[in-house]
Design a protein around this ligand. Structure first.
Ligand code: G3P
Ligand code: CA
Length: 318
């Protein structure tokens, strides 16, 4: 794939400014924009009426009050799938800080309030918000969209690729520049983007630490030069877990060396000031490791403001 000019190093606000406000809500998007993130991330799933919404999980119970409002609408596994709810029903929910399956807050120091101001946005609402904030501020924040679980959506008989493409078409974000980025763990979805060629912006293959049942990606292969040679045929960059960047000896992993050799940009995930992304490495040291030692091209961060400050301190951006 040809090279695409992007912000360097790129600060990608992971789920908006989710270190401070409930993930993927419009207030979190607005705060990320105020933090001067280069990109604001959207994870996307579909509703039962085929509307792309911004939600990290294909289920609703960990980030909304769905179990209170619709107590009987779970499947046999006890989970409340977004694909079983209309947009109107999802709009009735209030979003909140992420919890685990027992209802305990995952990041205890983060925003503790609930309220009607936190809703699950549609992808269209998020893009419109970013576009209007760009217009009002003169900034040029981009959107960095992840299609969640395409295999799951296929099993449900819906086409998340087409639904996302329709929204991008409406907002004239078909990637003529690098202001819109598409990311996915599923290689087949990225190949479809590449082969159909309607979207022309950067395509990012996300790389997990290991392969996962019912997901199509062979992630172990992507940790190697030969695997990344295949990825380089359809993607412009990779988004690996930060734990994949170094060998046990501390030298750059085969994946990092191969990505640079093949011209694939590196946008690892996820930097968190309130929890160690790599065991034993604090937030500041992680930035030194990523941006000075390994020279990655950008990163997903829950704290775009603090990442920006550290990059300025390191002389990487002004
Ligand atoms: O998309 C990059 C990173 O966000 C992948 O992990 O699970 O937070 O979507 P996840
Ligand atoms: Ca994501």
């Amino acid at each position: 794939m040809g090279a695409i000019k992007m912000p360097y190093p790129a600060i990608i606000a992971h789920r908006g400014a989710c270190g401070y406000l409930p993930e993927h809500t419009l207030p979190a998007v607005k705060l990320a924009h105020a933090f001067d993130a280069h990109y604001i991330e959207q994870d996307v799933v579909l509703t039962s009426d085929d509307v792309p919404i911004v939600l990290h999980d294909v289920t609703l119970e960990l980030t909304t009050n769905v179990a209170t409002l619709f107590p009987k609408r779970h499947r046999g596994d006890g989970l409340f799938y977004a694909i079983d709810f209309t947009l109107e029903e999802i709009k009735a929910l209030n979003a909140h800080e992420r919890t685990d399956s027992l209802g305990n807050t995952v990041f205890p120091g983060r925003y503790s309030g609930t309220g009607v101001e936190f809703k699950v946005p549609t992808l269209a609402e998020e893009i419109e918000t970013v576009d209007r904030l760009n217009q009002a501020s003169g900034k040029r924040a981009g959107v960095y969209i992840e299609l969640k679980r395409p295999e799951f959506h296929e099993q449900e008989g819906v086409d998340i690729y087409q639904a996302v493409l329709d929204v991008l078409t409406t907002f004239d974000r078909l990637g003529e520049n690098a202001d819109t980025v598409i990311q996915c763990f599923d290689p087949e979805t990225l190949k479809r983007f590449a082969h159909e060629g309607i979207f022309k912006g950067p395509l990012v293959q996300l790389v997990h630490t290991e392969s996962i049942a019912n997901w199509r990606g062979n992630f172990e292969a992507m940790h190697t030069l030969s695997g990344l040679k295949e990825v380089a045929k359809y993607a412009h960059g990779i988004g690996p877990d930060v734990n994949l960047l170094e060998n046990k000896s501390g030298s750059p992993s085969e994946m990092v060396v191969a990505a640079k050799k093949l011209g694939l940009f590196l946008h690892p995930y996820t930097l968190r000031a309130d929890s160690e992304s790599i065991p034993g490495v604090n937030f500041e040291d992680l930035h030194e490791k990523l941006f000075k030692k390994l020279k990655v091209d950008g990163a997903f961060t829950d704290f775009a403001d603090q990442t920006r400050e550290l990059l300025i301190h390191m002389g990487k951006i002004s």
